[in-house]
Design a protein around this ligand. Structure first.
Ligand code: ZN
Length: 256
């Protein structure tokens, strides 16, 4: 099945914003005028200091939002048993902070996979919304079973993804160097299938602290991966004021 060629839109793909308003605003400013519709792969909240403003902003801009594991835990759909102690503290803090309206909004978010114009959106993977697809071995079996040629996923906070060509060869998409600012463009090949990770807006873990997002242009058949610097010191200051765990504050500046 191909994606719907009658809908030649440019899609802004956001994932793992994690209550980081400064990073989100920089991404939206950099993407301005470059997309027709916005889609979100989940984890709007958790970790960062601005859950309510981030939910408000993402709701306002995104046509489709799939839920992430932190959206579930912060809104009480699931517990925090699977979380490490620091994630648990941040989740409990977020739960108390979220407005009643935003709590019910997060609680009602749909689980992936969700199909949009022939593209598939998931938080973790198409077979399990909470699965981490980290390396080519994880990706290979998923790629072989994809029902759609283009699947967008998040959860790992690692920008890039994986591809399998018509001959069954699987490759990892390594898309950026921390020293470059120009977007990396991936051309979608005929007969190949892709798992595309736009990276994390609000808590990157691929060694690059800059906020990450992607734009898929259906007409050009291309995915552009972006990295944008943001005011990380302000986000960290807000987290310190809220007494959020120090390692969660530190990791933002290292992108780890
Ligand atoms: Zn996440």
């Amino acid at each position: 099945m191909a994606y719907n060629l009658n809908v030649l839109l440019r899609y802004l793909i956001l994932s793992d914003v994690h209550s980081n308003l400064e990073a989100l605003e920089e991404c939206l400013a950099a993407a301005q005028g470059k997309f027709d519709e916005a889609l979100c792969l989940g984890d709007l909240v958790g970790y960062g200091p601005d859950p309510n403003p981030v939910v408000e902003r993402v709701r306002g801009i995104c046509r489709v939002i799939v839920r992430g594991n932190h959206d579930k835990a912060c809104s009480g759909v699931t517990g925090t048993e699977d979380f490490n102690p620091m994630a648990r503290i941040a989740t409990e803090w977020t739960r108390k902070r979220l407005s009643t309206e935003h709590l019910s909004f997060l609680r009602a978010l749909p689980a992936g996979p969700i199909e949009v114009d022939g593209l598939e959106l998931v938080h973790g993977s198409p077979r399990d919304e909470d699965e981490y697809v980290v390396d080519s071995y994880d990706a290979l079996y998923i790629l072989e079973e994809l029902s759609f040629p283009l699947v967008f996923f998040g959860h790992t906070h690692i920008q890039g993804g994986f591809a399998i060509d018509a001959q069954g060869r699987c490759t990892a998409i390594c898309c950026h160097s921390p020293s470059t600012s120009a977007p990396f463009t991936l051309q979608i090949a005929e007969g190949a299938r892709y798992l595309i990770n736009p990276g994390s807006v609000g808590q990157p873990r691929d060694g690059d602290w800059r906020a990450a997002f992607a734009i898929f242009d259906a007409d050009q058949r291309a995915v552009a991966y972006y990295r944008v610097p943001y005011d990380v010191a302000t986000t960290q200051k807000k987290m310190r004021l809220e007494r959020l765990p120090d390692p969660l504050i530190q990791r933002l500046q290292w992108g780890r």
